[in-house]
Design a protein around this ligand. Structure first.
Ligand code: GCB
Length: 609
């Protein structure tokens, strides 16, 4: 009976069945608020460049053989001294989960390929309960095994996935083994070429959640599109008896309403609200929202706000705002590597707050759910993006299905977060027929899943003489005229850049998604000397002059908050595998341009007050 649950939830706007083979099921909304044990900690690992633990010597996958046995997921030990076994998790090194592998062992710093990770845990499954094994993210392809049996496979390095393990958990000791493979491929999302480190491994939390026989699988509780006086959304029940009476209450706002889910477990939400304190960066008010029904109860913290455009204005709760933003990667430069917890993420967002930002562009892939929840709490609007970056295989239908699934998973996960104001369907993709179709279809997906937020992409610019224009057929599907431009760095220099002018002809808010310059922290010279803090600082000042001349300018997210690691950045002295466009160094020190940026935002804030 349990196996059909996931199918029902898929019908409710989830990725295709094919993308969720095995016992994969749609991730439970707000899993952290459910009864769970964390499987984070130190996991044993085996580096397997030849995928010895996956294929036999004829290169046939063990897990597709008749017995399904023979792979490292068996976690075998010799029965006695006569038996042959050539691997041993118990004597293998360990690494921290969550955590990328590159920054945890020198051997793994530049490694791309397969690593096996194993964790043992105790369980005491109770009859009548559902159990779900949840992964916040594994980069990139994950094959997951529980007690020697395959649960399934998932692709995509930045979105959560979950298995139904209700009938598979043992009482007592259980062993979970993950084959994580971060090999890059042309037809995947992202593709082979990116300007960021391909951190491999189990980079986010692993949880074992216990859910009641009938449970709240998903919900959306948000203000209706452009209507500050009505809440719209849905409830999705799953499990044994899906037709239920469900109550939604927001005690602090005096709201309590009851709906009945249909045979598929679905009910629409649509009710009026009167007095709410709206979420904003100045006052990031979150309400405790309680949903209960069918013997289940879940509590979330949700903010309510409207976001819309009118002509060239961006209206937050009906009031014109300027997006005082910064682009950022999900990377802690100090460890270095992917953040290993909320503290690391708070550090990054706090730097943005110190710069007087009210907005962050979480480039170029879905950041952790925790990051978005912190943005909700700290009062930062968010641009959330999928890794449709540069030269994707535009004509491959599987590649499209993958991008569409990653976008769907992102919207599904973060749709209740007030901070998220923009869904971005990609970055700097080259104009062309198949690409236009691919990306406009993604924009339609984003809108069909969630019509309450803006849909955008980071477009490219064109230069004709000293005129810079943005002309992209994709813009017709987007709410913002948003683009990257590298005046003063990749073209022109500080001395020349002020000769250029922007001509943005769309009657949409202009949001500059990137500009920037590299500077090695502590390297001081004059404003014409590349790599110096002075060069970067002057470039920022010049940018402010250039961009302020655009009538519809309503925001920017310069590139980038912090220096980040990238294999493309080869200069042995200035870069050494770091992209130095950060306003903060890899040691956490603020560069000159950090303060110049803050000054600019202080001035803008006064104008929009
Ligand atoms: C870009 C990309 C970003 C790069 C940046 C750079 O346009 O969107 O991912 O890191 O330029 O530093 O070149």
């Amino acid at each position: 009976a349990h196996s059909t649950d996931s199918v029902d939830v898929q019908l409710a706007g989830q990725p295709s069945k094919a993308a969720r083979a095995g016992s994969l099921m749609a991730p439970t909304q707000n899993i952290y608020a459910r009864s769970h044990v964390s499987l984070d900690g130190r996991w044993s690992y085996i580096i397997d460049p030849y995928e010895n633990g996956y294929y036999d010597y004829r290169h046939m996958p063990f897990d597709q053989s008749d017995s399904g046995k023979g792979g490292f997921y068996d976690d075998r030990k010799p029965k006695d001294k006569t038996e042959w076994v050539e691997y041993d998790f118990d004597h293998a090194p360990t690494m921290k989960v969550p955590g990328d592998w590159n920054s945890q062992a020198e051997k793994l710093q530049l490694y791309e390929g397969t690593v096996w990770l194993r964790q043992a845990f105790q369980a005491d499954p109770k009859p009548g309960k559902h159990y779900a094994l949840y992964f916040g993210a594994v980069n990139y392809e994950a094959h997951v095994y529980l007690n020697g049996k395959k649960l399934g496979m998932h692709k995509g390095g930045f979105t959560p996935f979950q298995f139904d393990v209700t009938d598979k958990l043992a009482k007592g000791r259980n062993v979970v083994v993950v084959k994580a493979d971060n090999t890059r491929h042309q037809d995947e999302i992202p593709t082979v070429n990116t300007d960021w480190w391909n951190y491999g491994g189990i980079t986010r939390d692993v949880l074992l959640a216990e859910l009641p026989a009938t449970y709240i699988a998903d919900y959306k509780v948000q203000l209706a599109k452009g209507d500050a006086r009505r809440i719209e959304g849905f409830i999705q029940m799953a499990g044994d008896s899906k037709a239920q009476q469900v109550t939604v209450s927001i005690p602090e706002a005096g709201i309590r309403t009851t709906v009945r889910t249909d045979a598929n477990g679905r009910a629409a939400l649509n009710f009026p609200v009167n007095k709410l304190t709206y979420w904003s960066p100045e006052q990031p008010k979150l309400y405790s929202v309680e949903l209960s029904g069918g013997g289940d109860k879940v509590v979330d913290r949700i903010g309510f706000r409207t976001i819309e455009t009118r002509g060239q204005d961006i209206l937050l709760n009906g009031k014109s705002v300027f997006l005082r933003g910064i682009s950022m990667h999900e990377e802690n430069p100090l460890i270095p590597g992917r953040p290993r917890g909320a503290g690391d993420m708070r550090m990054l967002l706090q730097w943005a707050k110190e710069m007087n930002c009210n907005y962050v562009r979480l480039a170029h892939y879905p950041h952790s759910e925790e990051m978005i929840r912190l943005a909700d709490e700290m009062g930062l609007m968010v641009w959330a993006e999928v890794p449709v970056y540069w030269t994707i295989s535009w004509t491959n239908p599987d590649t499209y299905a993958n991008a569409n699934a990653q976008l769907t998973d992102l919207v599904t996960r973060d749709k209740n977060r007030a901070s998220v104001v923009v869904w971005s369907v990609g970055n700097e993709t080259p104009i062309g027929g198949p690409r236009n179709t691919f990306m406009s279809n993604l924009a339609k997906t984003a809108r069909s899943l969630d019509d309450t937020r803006l849909v955008a992409a980071a477009l490219e610019i064109h230069r004709k003489g000293s005129d810079i224009t943005v002309e992209d057929p994709l813009a017709d599907y987007l709410d913002l005229a948003s683009f990257n431009e590298y005046a003063g760095w990749y073209w022109a220099s500080n001395a020349e850049m002020l000769n250029y002018r922007f001509d943005v002809r769309y009657n949409k808010p202009v949001v500059v998604t990137e500009f920037g310059a590299e500077a090695l922290g502590g390297y001081h010279a004059d404003a014409d000397t590349r790599w110096s803090e002075e060069y970067q600082d002057t470039l920022y000042r010049n940018q402010f002059k250039m961009l302020s001349a655009i009538p519809g300018l309503r925001g920017m997210t310069p590139w980038v908050l912090v220096d980040f690691r990238s294999p493309r950045r080869q200069h042995p002295y200035f870069q050494d595998f770091w992209n130095r466009k950060g306003l903060v160094t890899d040691a956490g020190k603020k560069k000159l341009a950090f303060w110049t940026m803050k000054q600019f935002y202080d001035d803008v804030q006064r104008k929009y007050a």
